[in-house]
Design a protein around this ligand. Sequence first.
Ligand SMILES: Nc1ncnc2c1ncn2[C@@H]1O[C@H](COP(=O)(O)OP(=O)(O)OP(=O)(O)O)[C@@H](O)[C@H]1O
Length: 274
Amino acid sequence: MTTQPVVTPTPTQVGKPIFDARNLVVTYASKHGPVTALDDVSLSVHPGQAIGLIGESGSGKTTLARSLLGLITPNSGRVLYRGRDVYAMSQTARFRTLSRDASIVFQDPRSSLNPRLTIGSVIADPMRVLGTCPRREIKERVQALLDSVGLSVSIASRPVRALSGGQLQRVAIARALAVEPSVIVADEPTSALDMSIQGEVLNLLQRLRREHDLALIIVSHDMRVIRFMTDITVVMNHGKIVERNSTDDIYEHPREDYTRSLMSATPRLELNDD
Ligand SMILES: Nc1ncnc2c1ncn2[C@@H]1O[C@H](COP(=O)(O)OP(=O)(O)OP(=O)(O)O)[C@@H](O)[C@H]1O
């Protein structure tokens, strides 16, 4: 059996975990044969905790995040969501249960948001589908969400294609917040954006995380993003967790050469931690 690295408890690690993934193995079929994307990976996510998944391309970060959200059935191992076995639920139950409490923000809002919809429909959609908000209150809630992500309420009637990438990522964040989740998974949330607005979007996510007491899972290959956003860093390589610790400790005292190489010589990102 593979021994998982020791997890250092943090002040935010209180109460029961929202997600508890145990010994996950995920293998994809490819034309070159099976690819092991996760190899005996365990991870728990507690309320309010911000966890960064970092590693080279292909190390398994996205597969781990999506496995937690019920989107990739593991070959073995279990994902518990608030104590319930995610992959023992029917697909419908899984969708309805997890989508009410965990949202995802994708890398590129231009490909994740339907270009023909209006901004208002994009944000209202999860509330309508999941019935988390009375219909007569949806319009008002969309306006409040737009306001909370720093966008004018007047853009609700504009189509997705009319907005810039940075504005659209704010819309994607508003949509993610619509169901009042406990967890947001952000998969490379700034890497498709211009450098000049990456910091703004990270600052926004950080502020919202604090305001809503959200748990956050950030997938990134950029240590600057992880350093700014997270309490715990999980370092992945070839489908395994090779190091995990508080982000400060990982940054100041990385144990693995692999972690050191990920952190080496990255330029500074302009961020205000306010
Ligand atoms: N649908 C798929 N079919 C076949 N192989 C896949 C599939 N999705 C991922 N993989 C493979 O699984 C491994 C892990 O991929 P994954 O996307 O989880 O890594 P990642 O660390 O998120 O990478 P990136 O930073 O490039 O997004 C890689 O070898 C990848 O090529």
